[in-house]
Design a protein around this ligand. Structure first.
Ligand code: ZN
Length: 223
């Protein structure tokens, strides 16, 4: 399992959990919601934290969120670009959050040209992420894809090559159907796997094996 941080403070807590349990890994990064907290010394802190343990397997969540704009877009862009650069310098993958910001997001990705990233909790139209997938990046899907109005997300799942697709929960948010409205749990990822199996016309064990394999390779987890 990989537990995801959205601030440096939370990153330290995630690392404590990851250090305690052999099967848990973590990511550390500053989320676009709190990008206004990304200041001059943040880069050094992030680099030190990420480099402090093999259990930190990616930089993230980083990205852009113009839906809520909890931080000003200029702050979001600066924090995203600088953290993406750190991921590149450390040769680590990045876990990227994007909401209503795909155009600017792709501009920054093109500028930094990081080796590998995943668009996590992907809600994008296929046309908007196809170039990223062609460049070798990954898409990861959550319980949102099980909701009735999520036809566009299901189309993106259909188009995404099976070897560049991952699944996740975004717990405690976005519980999949039939748990919608409840607190999301890591175990509910099976509902996302069932949906992918249906769309890709594969068996559940096949989707399980393939997405596990993709995750192990993407985050370079020890087997
Ligand atoms: Zn996110």
């Amino acid at each position: 399992m990989i537990t995801i941080a959205d601030s440096l403070e939370e990153g330290e807590r995630c690392l404590t959990i990851a250090t305690k349990y052999e099967h848990i890994f973590c990511t550390i990064g500053v989320h676009p919601h709190v990008s206004k907290n990304w200041t001059k010394g943040s880069g050094e802190k992030l680099t030190a934290l990420v480099g402090s343990s093999q259990k930190v397997v990616a930089v993230g969540e980083i990205g852009l969120d113009y839906h809520y704009n909890n931080s000003p877009p200029a702050d979001q862009k600066r924090a995203f670009e600088e953290q993406l650069l750190i991921a590149k310098e450390l040769s680590l993958p990045a876990v990227v959050h994007c909401r209503d910001a795909i155009v600017d997001l792709k501009k920054i990705i093109a500028t930094v040209d990081p080796p590998s990233l995943v668009i996590h909790c992907c809600t994008e139209r296929w046309e908007d992420v196809e170039s990223l997938v062609t460049a070798g990046h990954f898409l990861s899907f959550t319980g949102i894809a099980t909701y009735p109005k999520a036809d566009e997300i299901r189309r993106t799942i259909k188009e995404c090559p099976m070897d560049q697709l991952m699944i996740e929960t975004d717990a405690p948010y976005l519980a999949p159907i039939p748990h919608r409205g409840k607190r999301n749990e890591p175990a509910f990822v099976v509902e996302v796997a069932k949906l992918v199996a249906q769309i890709k016309k594969k068996s559940l064990p096949e989707v399980d094996a393939l997405t596990t394999q993709n995750t192990m390779a993407f985050f370079r987890l020890p087997s």
